[in-house]
Design a protein around this ligand. Structure first.
Ligand SMILES: Cc1ncc(COP(=O)(O)O)c(C=O)c1O
Length: 407
């Protein structure tokens, strides 16, 4: 029989299949067998795409906007993005400096494919969104992860950044608010990083701002360009409609950056998927130009959910959880559960065994920190109703109370 693993390209040897999607599959399979699984594994808002956006998509179909568009996205959508960046972020771009892709994920992928060669390094503060290192590896680059533990609020310090930059560094990844921690860089913290970056003009900055509207406790979103506009020529802003407008399935993200970089990314896109779906592009214009008052309500509701989960988790012996300032995740440390024994006789050797046990026995699906490069932690998505979150925390608490010491 043919060995399929031998048929894949060398570059796939260092790429991991998504652990999150694997867990999702397992949770769905248990659900289909009738188990009452609570799935807090996936990073997806739990509300529907607003009606006016759906109506714009239907209108685009009726108006036969169903043909190829230009590679970087329709001029109308790129204009809406330019206006959004000016209105919400006080940043000035032209349509030529914007490229629209199938989700923010593909924007990042295009950027790496367009700029990385073998031996090029990308600095990724850990914990990170799990796709970053694998996308770097697919593009033949080398992911260089920097541990940013809970004691440092999961944020990269200027000192650590300085120590990690080499002549081969091509990109620094910044993601604020963060997936998986909900951590947010303040304007001052970004200014500290910018001071270091000014001394290393060969390093580009990729600012992944996809959670910008989910900020709590009165904190204001700042991107590195708000505090260091002089870095504009080497910064790629990445954003999209997935999280803020609950449009994950529509697959629209965008990048804004210097023209030479955007042109190179468009070459990658032109020879891979051509462009993002014409209907989704039309819907995204309605999203960006439409009402934005619901965003504050969403942020308030995610902040209430965070409060419920953080206080319930901190009441559990063996778990400690920071209070995230944004996004819809919490990232508790579970060091106190490691090496304990479950009533079923399992030893919880690491965060992955913790998450498998929580899913198999207590029917709560959460993602182990190993998927995000910093253990022992678990990522819990708060994109579920308050009652569901309370029940999930109750199950986790019951589970932890049942543990014995393993010796
Ligand atoms: C930090 C971060 N960046 C980018 C993305 C990709 O978003 P999309 O491709 O749906 O626009 C995600 C999705 O989970 C994310 O968490």
């Amino acid at each position: 029989m043919m060995d399929v693993s031998k048929m894949s390209a060398d570059r796939l040897q260092s790429v991991q299949p998504s652990m999150i999607l694997g867990l999702l599959q397992k949770a769905r399979s248990l659900q289909s067998q009738g188990y009452p699984v609570i799935d807090l594994g996936i990073g997806e808002p739990d509300f529907n795409t607003p009606d006016h956006i759906k109506e714009a998509a239907i209108a685009a179909i009726v108006a036969d906007q169903t043909r190829y568009t230009v590679v970087p996205g329709t001029p109308a959508l790129r204009t809406a993005i330019v206006e959004k960046l000016s209105r919400e972020n006080m940043l000035s771009y032209t349509a030529e400096e914007v490229s629209v892709s199938n989700g923010a994920k593909q924007v990042i992928y295009n950027a790496f494919m367009a700029t990385l060669s073998k031996g090029d390094e990308v600095i990724i503060p850990a914990p990170y969104w799990s796709s970053y290192p694998d996308m770097v590896a697919i593009a033949d680059g080398t992911p260089v992860t920097v541990d940013c533990p809970q004691s440092e609020n999961f944020l990269l310090s200027p000192e650590k950044l300085e120590q990690t930059i080499t002549p081969y560094t091509r990109w620094l990844m910044l993601n604020s608010p963060s997936n998986p921690t909900g951590g947010v860089y303040s304007a001052d913290q970004l200014a500290g990083l910018a001071d270091v970056l000014r001394c290393h003009p060969h390093v580009r900055i990729l600012s992944d701002d996809i959670y910008e509207h989910l900020m709590f406790d009165g904190h204001k979103f700042a991107s590195i360009l708000n505090v260091a506009p002089d870095l504009r020529d080497r910064t790629l802003l990445v954003n999209g409609v997935s999280k803020v407008f609950a449009m994950t399935g529509w697959r629209i993200g965008y990048g804004a950056g210097p023209v030479d970089l955007i042109k190179a990314m468009n070459v990658v896109q032109g020879q891979s998927c051509t462009h993002a779906c014409s209907i989704s592009q039309a819907a995204s214009i309605a999203a960006l130009n439409g009402p934005s008052d619901f965003m504050a309500d969403r942020a308030n509701s995610f902040s209430r959910r965070r409060d419920i989960v953080v206080s319930a988790l901190n009441a559990i012996v063996g778990i400690s959880c920071l209070n995230p300032e944004g996004a819809f995740y919490v990232y508790p440390n579970c060091a106190g559960l490691i090496d304990r024994k479950t009533p079923e006789g399992r030893i919880l050797t690491d965060d992955q065994t913790v998450c498998n046990w929580l899913l198999d026995v207590h029917h709560v699906s959460v993602v182990p920190g190993v998927a995000f490069g910093l253990s022992p932690h678990i990522r819990i998505s708060t994109a579920a109703s308050e009652d569901t979150l309370r029940e999930a925390c109750r199950r986790i608490s019951t589970a932890c109370l049942s543990l014995e010491s393993s010796t």
